[in-house]
Design a protein around this ligand. Sequence first.
Ligand SMILES: *[C@@H]1O[C@H](CO)[C@@H](O)[C@H](O)[C@H]1NC(C)=O
Ligand SMILES: *[C@@H]1O[C@H](CO)[C@@H](O)[C@H](O)[C@H]1NC(C)=O
Ligand SMILES: *[C@@H]1O[C@H](CO)[C@@H](O)[C@H](O)[C@H]1NC(C)=O
Ligand SMILES: *[C@@H]1O[C@H](CO)[C@@H](O)[C@H](O)[C@H]1NC(C)=O
Length: 516
Amino acid sequence: MSAMMAFGSAFAAAAILILPGINAQCPDYANYAIQKHQPLSTGRYQLSYMRPEPACRTFNSSVVEDTITSMKTVIKDPDLYRIFENSFPNTLDTAVKWKGVAANNSEEELTFLITGDINAMWLRDSANQMQSYLPLVTANSSSNSLASLYRGVINLQARYILEAPHCNSFQPPVESGIGPSQNQPNPDYFTPPVDSSIAFECKYELDSLAAFLELSTNYYEATGDIEFFRKFQWIDAINTIISTTEALLIGTYAADGSVNTIPYTWSRRTTSATETLDNSGRGNPVQDGTGLIRSAFRPSDDSTIYQLFIPANMMFTRYLDSASTIMANVGNQRNLANHMHNFAGRIREAITKYGIVNHPTYGQIYAFEVDGFGSHNIMDDANIPSLLSAPFFGYLNISDNVYQNTRKLILSKDNAYFMRGPVINAVGGPHAGFGQAWPMASIIRIFTSTDSSEITSTLKELVSSTAGLGLMHESINSFNQQMWSRQWFSWANGLFGQCLLDLKERMPEVLDKSYQ
Ligand SMILES: *[C@@H]1O[C@H](CO)[C@@H](O)[C@H](O)[C@H]1NC(C)=O
Ligand SMILES: *[C@@H]1O[C@H](CO)[C@@H](O)[C@H](O)[C@H]1NC(C)=O
Ligand SMILES: *[C@@H]1O[C@H](CO)[C@@H](O)[C@H](O)[C@H]1NC(C)=O
Ligand SMILES: *[C@@H]1O[C@H](CO)[C@@H](O)[C@H](O)[C@H]1NC(C)=O
């Protein structure tokens, strides 16, 4: 059985649902995205047109439509352009499952943004799905604007974090009238308990909390709308993030040798080691007092081997620091703003102290995960935050020496999860398995490169490996592009669009080239 079949059937059950306001005749996009639709692109790959018809789109934005039109003259290759026009609007076209206001405050906008083929809102995915439109976001109070969509995601994420700060993905808000979906047939065992009508899945991932800080920073820097942050539950959500992460600075043993009670445990009945935690749901031991925050799971939703997961600590400190600027400007919150800034500084110091290791070939590099006892895991995984993406999310500069050493290792056979082959060469991970390269990692390779030949060869692989469907899949077998996973992965689609908009500013000549 191909990866496509295995994943397609596992996810299809969750996706059947009719959108309020959307015509009942509209096809389920999970089915739509596995078939080719006319007109095909005019290049050698004859890629499907994958936008739903206008009446079936879940959000309309004239600035996004104008951008799609204007990029037509910028992107010269017909197949590359086809993937741009399919993928950039994918979140707006298909994933705005519901938009409205809170039952107890009609000024509080809410946006329920699904990941794509799974009918739940991930904190990480929804923050990044919005980020693809960031270059087009300006201050705007209209409920039809991208800014309103952003505010709705921030407000709903704040509610979710207040309800269940250890969870990664959530059910529709009650106001939507959309019922909850079931994840696993068997219940998961975790502490603290959360009602399954609130959380779709409750894997504690530090980057989910970082995603809220990222989302907030992005909206604030694009709009300057400080008033918004004063109004609803944003400050409360930040307080919850601080108390939750500070509690997870804890090591396995206390100074006197007694075993600490940790604030989060998880186990699942499963045949996959990455879906559960050993040591009775507590994970492998970590040293106390490192200053790094634990993460039970990675952004792939796979469990960490060592819970001091460096990429999420990088992302968290970077956006905690920028969010402290918002807090400083909100008014009457100077202590909290200072606390955030100082906490961010201590995490950065801890990353430098515990997260850098010496490699016999590459010299000083960042480890993917450490335990604070000296053990470390040298690898990278495709999902963001990864080590490869550290400059993308602004933790450090591309020119950073330790980053450059790390990047060389990540993009080589010395990274245990770098998938190589004639179809596509990219970082993968245990989530989709051996041999499965992730387009998302190729996109990040482009974002973090200033070398036009590296960028064009990576783009060429992306254009030629969509199995004719013209969308970004989650993973592609590096020897057989028909073996892909997830036909409807809005984050990866949006990220591809964001990447071409970035290239237009940074290296427009790359978009003049042929990818045939
Ligand atoms: C988007 O616009 C189309 C018409 O072009 C309309 O039929 C559809 O209902 C709109 N979608 C939403 C969510 O407003
Ligand atoms: C409004 O309702 C939401 C959801 O039930 C809840 O989380 C929030 O605390 C309420 N807000 C106020 C101001 O009561
Ligand atoms: C605000 O957004 C609406 C809906 O997209 C748009 O029609 C309007 O022109 C925008 N206003 C400004 C000032 O950008
Ligand atoms: C990146 O480099 C610029 C210019 O040298 C510097 O101002 C900035 O602080 C650096 N950013 C980081 C995250 O180190």
